[in-house]
Each structure stands twice: as C-alpha cells, then as structure tokens.
Design a protein around this ligand. Structure first.
Ligand code: NDP
Length: 482
C-alpha cells in the first residue's frame, strides 16, 4: 500500500475532508511513490480555526517556554537528520549530500536561531522630556499563513514557521504539494516536542485549492510567501484590499560578475552558483558577466568544469546533479534552451537530456547542465527566470556596462561579485539593485542579516530582527508623567 501523507491540524494527522489525494512523484525515477491530501478551503477553514483557538494560550506562553519547545523541535530534526535528508532527496530529486549537509542542518538552525533570538529581544522606550514615557509593545499578529515552494522544501518552510511561532503567532502552513514529505515528518516532530495542538497546522494541496483560500481568509492577518513572482502578484492582489501584512520572497535572475582580477576560486564558485540544486535555487547565478580580458579562458574552464559535474541517482553520495523537480520544470528548461538557440545563442555544453543514467533513473526528470554564450543581457533568456540548469556567459568591458547589464532585469534578489579590488567591490555592491550582494563568495548566509529582494523579487525583508518585526505588531504606549 502506497504511503499516504496527512494534513496536520490541531495536533492530529488527518486526511483532507473530501477524502481526495494527489499523487506524489519521485523526480529521479518519475514514479508515483506516495499520495498527498488534495485539501481545499474546508481543510484551510479547519486549520485556521485550530490556529485561532491555540492563539490565546500560545501567545501568552512565556518566551522561555516557547524557546524550549523550538529547541526541542530542532534537536529532534537533528536526531532524525538522515531520515529527513532521505525524504527530501526522494521528494525533490536533489543530491543527498546537499540535503544532508546543507538544507536539513539549515532547517535545524532556523529553529535554534529564532528560539534564542526571542530571549534577547528588546523593545524601544523614549522619555519625552519630562512629559511622557513612550514604550513599544510588540505582540504577535495572530494566525500566520505561510506558503513555501518546492526547491528548498524544509529549509524554506522552517524559515517561516520558526520566527512565526517563536514570536507567539500560531500558523497554518501550505508547503508545495510537489515536496510534502519533510513537512509531514516535521508534524510528527512537533507533536513529540510538545508543541501544543493548533500552534502549527500544515495543510497540503495545490496553490489554487489550498493556498489561495489561506491568503484570502479573513482570520489570517499576516502572510509570508516564498515562490514565483506571478504567484506573488496574485497574492498581493488578494491581500491588498484586506490590508494584510505581507512578505513576498519571489523569483530572481541573479548576476555573477567576474572581474579580470578575480581570485581563481571564482570559477568553481560560479559553476556552483549556476548549477547547485540543478539551478533551482532562487539565488542561483544564471547570468555570468565576465570581463572581456579573461572571457575566453574563463568560458573554456567553466565548460570543462560543468561537463565534469556528476549526474546520477540523487541518493548516491557521489552525485552532484540530481533530477529537476518535475516533468513540467524540465519542459520549461527545454523551452528556454530552444529560445536561447532561436535568439542566436551558442550552446557549449548540455542542451539536452543526459543519456547515461542509472537504470532506476531512466524515466527521471534530468537535464544536463547547460552553458550558453552569444546572447546579450537584454534578450529574453537573460531577462526571464528559467529556474533550471542553464547559465549564460556574457563578456563586458567596464564597470558601468556590467552594472547596467546586471540591473537590467525586473528582478533584484541577489548578486555575486568577484574581484580583489576592494574599492571596486564596495562601489559595485552599492550600485547593484539587489537584496543581497555577495563579494568573493556565494550563498554565505548569516541568519541575523535581512533577506529579501528588490523590484519584482520581493516585498519586505525577513531574517534576523526583520523577521521578528514582521511577525509582530508594534503598539506604542504613551504614559503622561507630569
Ligand atoms: P510557485 O509560486 O508556483 O509556488 C509557491 C507556493 O505557492 C506553492 O506552495 C504553491 O502551491 C503556492 N501557490 C500557487 N498559487 C497560489 C495562489 N494563487 N495562492 C496561494 N498560494 C499559491 O513557486 P514554485 O513552487 O514553482 O517555486 C519556484 C519559485 O520560487 C521560483 O520563482 C523561485 O525563484 C522562487 N523562490 C524564491 C525564493 C526567495 O527567497 N526569493 C526562494 C526560493 C524560491 P503549488 O505548489 O500547489 O503550486
């Protein structure tokens, strides 16, 4: 009998009320291996109701106790790291080493970070001459709606859950139905950790049937969303007339900028930035601007290194490139590679489905990492988010040209700049329209820093103190003292 995942509502694992399920496919094999509840507004209603009932108790639970429960959740995820990593890999097609060494540990860190942050939080106080004392109370908002995508499933889900419940909100989370398994495992962990029923509820199902009713629900005053820009726009349209507090973390088309004086480590980092998780990280650097003096040499080495990436069964610890998450995501990638050819680009490697895969993975959603040259910064392939293993290399001559090219898309999520000239690094970082600029590194995260995107990559910031602020409502109390 195939495994059936349940919703997590009011502390219980339950099916969707309509009894319907969606198939859950393993991307590496293309086979259905479990089923996920096809929830709809009835399940959302039930979950919101449970979260509302849990709110008065949880929001008044002392910070130290909330912290203790979150730390316990972190410990239990860590104790079961192998199980979580295995589940994440089967569900998403990502290499097991990535799940085991980066993503699940980061989910653990999310809980630990916010569990301890709430113990050190302080609020403002202003003495107004001798007339009054003003202080700020920061209180949780109520029921938080948390919507997350499939590319970094547990990491991004916990990036929202941890600050939401740490600050005393209760929550209804809607993970992507393409990758529900680690959310399901998290539900059991939360029960074991003693999280009171209703504090966290997880409703599985499609964006339209389960996500949309959550964003529209009158009793959910705050929405944190990570996903595509088109979905973000639709959520903004739903929530704006309801005056909800909204944080949107959306798509990216991130530049990697390599100056001629870059450290040689730029090469490996640029390949990693382009193809990690099969190019399915919102922070991937898919537009690689290389200073003309080193362009040809860099491209040659980039291609050589890309060809050496080991594609294979994501459960194999040697695998560096797994499967894309779905047949649809691979088709989208293929269409963009065709567009690159149509726009006059030259495909230097990849550009096709790989031929030599293990028997088990023959029907999986694989696509070979692809490098393209010959396209300028303004063509569609370099303007639109592909979210697959496709990178374009573009030569540039000077700083003004590369900054203009990097800033030319509607997105502004992240950028990576490689130079040994510290003045140039500061100046370019300052000019880039980007929520995060990495200099001589990529994906180096400190959870205390604000995270989010400019332009169509995001609205608002999360991370560190920004997340604590987002998930709380400030109230000024003014006491007359004379
Ligand atoms: P989607 O926008 O398709 O989906 C994200 C989540 O929203 C899913 O749970 C989805 O459900 C749900 N959803 C879809 N439609 C609605 C709706 N109308 N109302 C409410 N919820 C809805 O993104 P993907 O899952 O395809 O993820 C990839 C995208 O996420 C890329 O654009 C990537 O750049 C972006 N992303 C951004 C990050 C950031 O930090 N800025 C980080 C990671 C990814 P369902 O799965 O059923 O469609």
């Amino acid at each position: 009998m195939m495994q059936r995942i349940g919703n997590f509502i009011d502390g219980e694992i339950v099916g969707a009320r309509n009894g319907a399920f969606l198939d859950n496919v393993e991307p590496a094999s293309g086979a259905v291996y479990s089923q996920v509840p096809a929830s709809n507004e009835q399940d959302v209603e039930q979950a919101v109701d449970a979260a509302r009932r849990a709110f008065p108790g949880w929001s008044r639970t002392p910070a130290e106790e909330r912290s203790r429960v979150l730390m316990k959740i972190a410990d239990l995820v860590e104790d079961n790291l192998q199980q979580f990593a295995h589940a994440e890999t089967i569900d998403s097609g990502k290499p097991i080493t990535r799940a085991r060494e980066i993503e699940i540990p980061r989910a653990v860190q999310n809980f630990r970070f916010f569990a301890t942050a709430i113990l050190h939080d302080a609020s403002e106080c202003y003495a107004t001459d001798y007339a009054a004392l003003n202080y700020t109370l920061r209180r949780p908002c109520g029921v938080a709606g948390l919507i997350s995508p499939w590319n970094l499933p547990l990491y991004l889900l916990t990036w929202k859950i941890a600050p939401a419940i740490a600050t005393g909100n209760t929550a209804v989370a809607k993970p992507s139905e393409l990758t529900p398994m680690t959310a399901h495992l998290l539900a059991s962990v939360c029960r074991e950790a003693g999280l009171p029923p209703g504090v966290l509820n997880i409703v599985h199902g499609t964006g339209l049937a389960a996500g949309a009713p959550l964003t529209a629900h009158a009793a959910v005053p705050i929405i944190s969303f990570t996903g595509g820009t088109v979905t973000g726009r639709s959520i903004a349209q739903t929530t704006a007339p309801l005056f909800k507090k909204v944080s949107l973390e959306m798509g990216g088309k991130n530049p990697t900028i390599v100056f001629a004086d870059a450290d040689p480590r730029a090469l490996a980092a640029t390949v990693a930035a382009a193809f990690s998780n099969q190019g399915q990280i919102c922070l991937c650097g898919s537009r690689i601007f290389v200073e003309r003096a080193i362009f040809h040499e860099f491209v040659e080495q980039f291609v050589e290194r890309t060809k050496r990436l080991r594609l294979g069964d994501p459960l194999d610890a040697e695998t560096e490139q797994g499967a894309l998450v779905s047949a649809a995501q691979r088709e989208k990638t293929e269409q963009y590679v065709q567009l690159a050819r149509d726009e006059g680009g030259k495909v230097l490697c990849g550009g096709a489905r790989p031929t030599s895969l293990p028997e088990r993975c023959q029907a999986g959603f694989y696509y070979a990492p692809t490098a393209v040259i010959g396209l300028d910064a303004h063509c569609r392939v370099n303007q639109e988010e592909i979210f697959g293993p496709v990178a374009c290399l573009i030569p540039f001559d000077d700083v003004d040209e590369v900054v203009a090219g990097a800033n030319s898309t509607p997105y502004g999520l992240s950028a990576s700049v490689w130079t040994r000239d510290v003045n140039k690094a500061h100046s370019v970082a300052e000019r880039l329209e980007s929520g995060t600029v990495w200099v001589n590194c990529w994906l180096l995260r400190d959870l205390r820093t604000p995270f989010g995107g400019m332009k169509q990559s995001g609205l608002g910031r999360e991370g560190g103190a920004e997340a604590l602020r987002f998930f709380t409502e400030p109230k000024t109390v003014c006491i007359k003292t004379e």
